[in-house]
Design a protein around this ligand. Structure first.
Ligand SMILES: [Zn+2]
Length: 211
């Protein structure tokens, strides 16, 4: 079982996250490239959860405020993210509707939920297989690279539709709240230290099982 082998932390070793050199964990800076050395990211779970909360808080105005304002025949109609999803769906532009829904509701929601779950696993509040939690972390990281997608979608839409004379779209204040939400989620994901998942599982393995 992989769990029985000692981790680098238990052997008092740490790898530099810049140059990869394995060395004494007591070193304050990497002996090769002088980067500050961390065995684990400092306050990783607290920071991750704090930025998750900030992200949820930014997500509220992102959904309440208009994300875009449609100017048509002299009238201006503000639309929220969800209003936009419905509007595009009703106009039978299903692809745009699905892209907006996926990028602005589905992905951020799943990403925040999985980060909170990973924090709970690292804290030992929830029990799961380490390999499964690692896979979830890996998917979260991968998906995170696409989380700016929605900002691009809005930018493209604004650019595209402004070309026409009849209808034009300008970005609403929710774009700023949405961008903040995306940034906070990115910092939350970056703060999380996946090695923490295994620290807790190893602790459980060392404890004698009750008979
Ligand atoms: Zn180094």
């Amino acid at each position: 079982m992989s769990g029985l082998l000692p981790s680098a932390k238990e052997q008092n070793k740490a790898a530099c996250h810049i140059c990869g050199r394995a060395q004494d964990a007591q070193n304050e800076r990497c002996e090769r490239c002088h980067t500050p050395l961390h065995v684990r990211k400092h306050d990783s779970i607290q920071r991750c959860l704090a930025f998750c909360v900030a992200s949820v808080l930014a997500y509220i105005p992102a959904n309440i405020w208009p994300i875009m304002i449609v100017h048509e025949f002299g009238s201006a109609e503000p639309t929220t993210i969800f209003g936009g999803v419905i509007q595009f769906w009703e106009s039978k532009v299903y692809s745009v509707s699905i892209i907006i829904f996926t990028a602005s509701v589905l992905i951020p929601g799943l990403k925040l939920a999985s980060l909170c779950w990973l924090c709970a696993v690292s804290k030992g509040w929830m029990k799961t297989e380490g390999q499964f939690a690692t896979k979830i972390y890996w998917v979260t990281e991968l998906v995170g690279r696409w989380s700016m997608l929605d900002v691009f979608v809005v930018a493209i839409l604004v650019g595209l539709i402004q070309v026409g004379n009849i209808m034009s779209i300008t970005a609403g204040p929710a774009v700023i709240a949405f961008a903040l939400m995306v940034i906070f989620t990115m910092i939350a994901a970056h703060s999380f230290d996946p090695r923490g998942i295994w620290d807790h599982i190893r602790q459980n393995e060392k404890q004698p099982r009750p008979h």
